[in-house]
Design a protein around this ligand. Structure first.
Ligand code: HEC
Length: 134
């Protein structure tokens, strides 16, 4: 019983490690991020952007091509853009995917909720971060 305190802290460490591992298991899913971008009804990204996605003739050119965006922007910068692009250009036509404040003419289906959930934003940012110029 001399080592009671010591073994107790080992259990605390083990528990913390288990939490860390569980967190990693919920890490962003880049494959799901690509699916979100390709899903017009959900994200509409391809209305304005093109990139390495199926059906190139259904992709838009209002925004920059997303190919190589992983070289141009860091994961944090990509996330910030998705959450609220007006932080970078107040006149942007790109919707704020994670913001519910200071918006104009929001469709009734989206009032009071972001277009994408925080985990969906993480997945999209994770996918875009994998797009590097060849
Ligand atoms: C209505 C058009 C529109 C939609 C929809 C849209 N964007 Fe954009 N996006 C733009 C425009 C325009 C820009 C150029 C910068 C600006 O005006 O904000 C841009 C910029 C970006 C950038 C920065 C690119 C770079 O190279 O600097 C990223 C990343 C991006 N958009 C991702 C997305 C994703 C992902 C979605 C869907 C979840 C999306 N956009 C939906 C119009 C749009």
């Amino acid at each position: 019983m001399v080592c009671d305190d010591h073994s107790g802290s080992v259990w605390v460490k083990a528990a913390l490690l288990a939490i860390l591992i569980a967190d990693t298991a919920q890490a962003a899913d880049a494959v799901n991020g690509a699916k979100i971008i390709e899903n017009r009804a959900l994200s509409a990204c391809l209305l304005c952007h093109s990139g390495p996605f199926p059906a190139p003739y259904l992709q838009g050119n209002i925004g920059p091509r997303l190919d190589g965006v992983g070289d141009r922007l860091t994961p944090d910068e990509i996330r910030e853009r998705l959450l609220d692009p007006s932080r970078f250009d107040p006149d942007t036509v790109m919707p704020a995917y994670g913001n519910v404040e200071k918006l104009n003419r929001v469709g009734s289906a989206w009032r009071g909720r972001p277009i994408l959930t925080p985990p969906q934003i993480e997945d999209v940012a994770a996918f875009l971060s994998t797009l590097h110029a060849k």
